[in-house]
Design a protein around this ligand. Structure first.
Ligand SMILES: O=C1O[C@H](COP(=O)(O)O)[C@@H](O)[C@H](O)[C@H]1O
Length: 237
């Protein structure tokens, strides 16, 4: 058995469904299959699939699986939930990780892959990405990670963020680099589906806080359909 439980919670106005997996392979495979299923549904219903990618380390293996998947790549439109203000070819860039693991190896048209121009700095990068997102309706899927401190995208504990815009500049990030660009919580919530990918014991405290009603940043993602949290290596106490 690869998936051993699903539980639902409503806390801080957020509906969350928690799915526990018993191996890294199982969580990767389940995420891959869910992404591909959502893509097929979206393409059948609306002729396109818009996905917003998480950065960091956690999703990399899923991206490597997507690289070998069969899909109608010509209909995929790819965005990023955040990126770091570093040169475009810096190894810590979320966009570079996604390209190397997946996007450079499939036939998604280049003009349908929308990197955040974070190399232009937080203000210019955020303004440019807000323009990129302008007029775009609901996303089909937003993939998100969870930092050890409870952050998601570049929404950090103790920070305030501007929900009147689609993308905003981030300063003083506790996780380097200090300057970043992030899609806003409101815009990330304007989506048909959300999957949080959460793996490893380092995320235990953040998960405990989330599930006991502490308003960590991950709780501000509130799409109407709720969020699915895929978990491996973290206990659901
Ligand atoms: O800095 C970031 O951290 C989070 C979590 O990253 P992980 O390495 O713990 O998976 C990530 O979701 C975000 O996109 C990234 O910029």
């Amino acid at each position: 058995m690869t998936k051993n439980s699903t539980q639902s919670l409503v806390l801080n106005g957020q509906i969350s469904r928690w799915h526990t997996f018993t191996s890294q392979q199982a969580i990767n495979e389940a995420t891959l299959q869910r992404i591909l299923a959502l893509a097929e549904e979206a393409i059948a219903a609306r002729g396109a699939f818009t996905i917003v990618l998480a950065g960091g380390n956690t999703p990399k293996q899923v991206y490597e699986l997507l690289r070998h998947a069969k899909a109608d790549w010509s209909k995929w439109h790819v965005y990023h939930n955040d990126d770091r203000c570093l040169p475009a070819d810096h190894p810590e860039r979320n966009s570079l990780m996604a390209r190397q693991a997946w996007l450079d190896h499939v036939a998604i048209p280049a003009d349908q892959i929308h990197d955040i121009p974070a190399e232009r700095g937080p203000v210019e990068g955020a303004a440019a990405y807000a323009k990129t997102l302008q007029g775009l309706g609901e996303f089909d899927l937003v993939l998100l990670g969870l930092g050890e401190d409870g952050h998601t995208a570049s929404l950090f504990p103790g920070h305030t963020w501007d929900d009147s815009v689609d993308a905003f500049p981030v300063y003083n990030s506790p996780k380097p680099p200090a300057e970043r660009v992030s899609i806003s919580a409101r815009r990330l919530s304007h989506t048909r589906a959300v999957i949080f990918l959460v793996t490893g014991a380092g995320k235990q405290e953040a998960v405990n806080n989330w599930r006991s009603g502490v308003a960590i940043p991950a709780t501000v993602i509130k799409p109407a359909n709720g969020v699915d949290v895929y978990v491996f290596g973290v206990a659901l106490n």
